[in-house]
Design a protein around this ligand. Structure first.
Ligand SMILES: [Zn+2]
Length: 270
């Protein structure tokens, strides 16, 4: 079921990890950002879009993690964009024998059964200086940074005041650092947050990749919360963050495990 969060901007929330697919209505059809995970849900989304007379005319993946790279045949064959780095990282994951099994190590088995690998990761990279998604609809600014994943893009739907944050600014997930040896997990994350802060005054609605949609007051609050977490783990300070404490939302207690692994990962890099 689609829910409107701003004029011409609708979301579908998945049963998997409260993932948000975002639909932006355009002149000839919709832009679909991070379409979802479960095959049934994406087929349902395709039906909903047909009823709205909004065929998908463009897709976008905010970053090259498996749960943001899926597609469904019924969504059609529109170009699916990402940043050049996102597309390159998706291609890398899909190279060599056995790539599917390697990616599947990240996927809970019950979810893997409900998704399709067809059309996985077929992303067209946009040149590094591309300011906006090329499509016939409201201007969507690309804010690329290297927090969380290479070539991660937040998207600002300018005329609607909607920030599609990808896997940042969540009320349920802590900042998930990119611990790849080639990344600078803490500084990349802080730089990403700074870019988001530079547009915060233009934001009326935030849509995180996973979690609850927030209003204007949430833009800066969530940026501050994420920055507080990253600075605390950087400085080895005690982390006072409700997302990893006893007040974590029901079903999200596993995030404390992610937190523990991140602390370990950061310590090993020193
Ligand atoms: Zn991610």
């Amino acid at each position: 079921m689609l829910r409107q969060v701003a004029e011409g901007v609708l979301i579908h929330e998945s049963e998997f990890c409260q993932s948000n697919a975002v639909v932006v209505q355009g002149r000839a059809g919709a832009l679909l950002i991070d379409p979802g995970v479960l095959g049934d849900e994406m087929a349902g989304l395709a039906n909903d879009l047909r009823e709205l007379d909004q065929p998908v005319v463009a897709g976008f993946s905010t970053h090259p993690h498996w749960d943001h790279l899926l597609w469904h045949a019924r969504l059609g064959a529109a170009p699916r964009y990402g940043t050049a780095r996102c597309a390159a990282a998706a291609r890398d994951q899909m190279s060599g024998a056995g790539w599917q099994a390697r990616v599947a190590e990240w996927i809970p088995p019950d979810i893997a059964e409900q998704m399709s690998w067809d059309l996985f990761g077929l992303i067209t990279g946009l040149a590094a200086d591309t300011a906006r998604i090329p499509w016939d609809g409201p201007h969507v600014r690309i804010i690329e940074h290297q927090a969380h994943a290479p070539g991660h893009a937040a998207l600002l739907i300018e005329e609607r005041g909607v920030l599609v944050a990808g896997d940042m600014l969540s009320d349920v997930l802590i900042p998930m650092l990119n611990l790849d040896p080639t990344a600078d997990p803490v500084e990349d994350y802080l730089a990403g947050l700074q870019l988001l802060e530079s547009v915060a005054d233009d934001v009326d609605v935030i849509v995180p990749g996973h979690g609850s949609v927030g209003g204007a007051d949430q833009a800066r609050a969530r940026i501050d919360q994420d920055r507080g977490y990253v600075q605390a783990v950087r400085d080895a300070d005690a982390v006072a963050d409700q997302r990893v404490g006893p007040a974590a939302k029901d079903g999200w207690d596993w995030v404390a495990g992610v937190h523990a692994r991140q602390l370990q990962g950061l310590a090993q890099r020193k």
